[in-house]
Design a protein around this ligand. Sequence first.
Ligand code: HXC
Length: 258
Amino acid sequence: MYIKTSLNNDGILTITLSRPEALNALNSALLKELSSVMADAFSNKNVRGIILTGDGDKAFVAGADIKELTALDPQQIFELSVKGQQLFKSIEDSPKPVIAVINGFTLGGGCELAMACHMRIATEISKFGQPEVNLGLIPGYGGTQRLTQLVGRAKALELILTGDMIAAQEAKTLGLINHVVATKEEAMILATKILDKIATKGPIAVANVIKSVNAGFNFEQQGYETEAKLFAECSKTHDFKEGTTAFIEKRKAQFKGE
Ligand code: HXC
C-alpha cells in the first residue's frame, strides 16, 4: 500500500502518496492505487474536494521510478506513458477540485502530476523541475504540454531542455504554482480553506467550470500523443541506458547522441 487517505467531516479527501524511502517516486503499483482511489473519489457524493500530497518532509514526488523504468522494454515504456497520461487527464478532468499540497522535490512525473491538479500550494523549500533530459529522456506524463500551458513556450523549453530545478518563489512568479507558504501545515490549512469555499458553491457549476476551462485545451491531444511516442523512442537509445545507469550509480552521465 503506497497511498493513505482520510476524509474529513466537510467532504475533503486527503490523498497522501507514501514511498518516502524513494522520495515518493511513482512506480506502477502506486499509480494503480492512485487510479482506483481517484475513481472512487470522483464518484463518492460525500467527497467535495481533494488534496493530493506527498509523505515525508523531503518530497512531493521525485518523478517516475527510474529503477523500474530501466526494467521495461520500449513498448512497455510507451504503454506506461499513455496510461499515466490518461490517469493525469482524469485528475485534470475531475468534477471536484483537486489541490496539490507540495513540500519538497517535485520533479519529472511528480511535477507532471502536480500540474494535472487544478491548483498548487507549495512550501518555500519546494523545488520544481523536469530533469528527464539528465536521463536521456523527455517528460512522458504530459509535462511538455502542461508546463507550456502554465509558464509559456520559452520558459517551458528552457526548463525542459536544461533540466534545471527552480525554487518555489520562482515557480510562483512563473505561474507554475498558486501560492507559497512557510510550512506544510500552512499549505494544508490554505488548501482546506480554498476547498471549503468552493464546497459552498453549486457542485454542478463547479464541475462545469472545470469542464469549460479544460475544453479550451483539447487541441493539445496531438501533443500528448507525440510526447508518449517520443518518450518511448528515447528509451531505445544508448543515452537512456547511460542516463539511468549514471543515476543509479550516483555519477554524471556522458551522453553520445546515440
Ligand atoms: C527511483 C528515486 C527517485 C526516482 C529518488 N530516488 N528519486 N528512486 N526513482 N525518481 C531514490 C534514490 O535512488 C535514493 O535511494 C533515495 O530516493 C533518496 O534520493 P537521493 O538521490 O539519495 O537524495 P538526494 O541526494 O537528496 O537527491 C534528491 C533528488 C534526487 C535531487 C530528488 O534523488 C534525484 O535527482 N532524483 C531523480 C529525479 C528525476 O530524475 N526525476 C525524473 C524521473 S523520470 P537509495 O536507495 O539510493 O537511498 C520521470 C519520467 C516521467 O519522471 C514520465 C514517465 C512516463
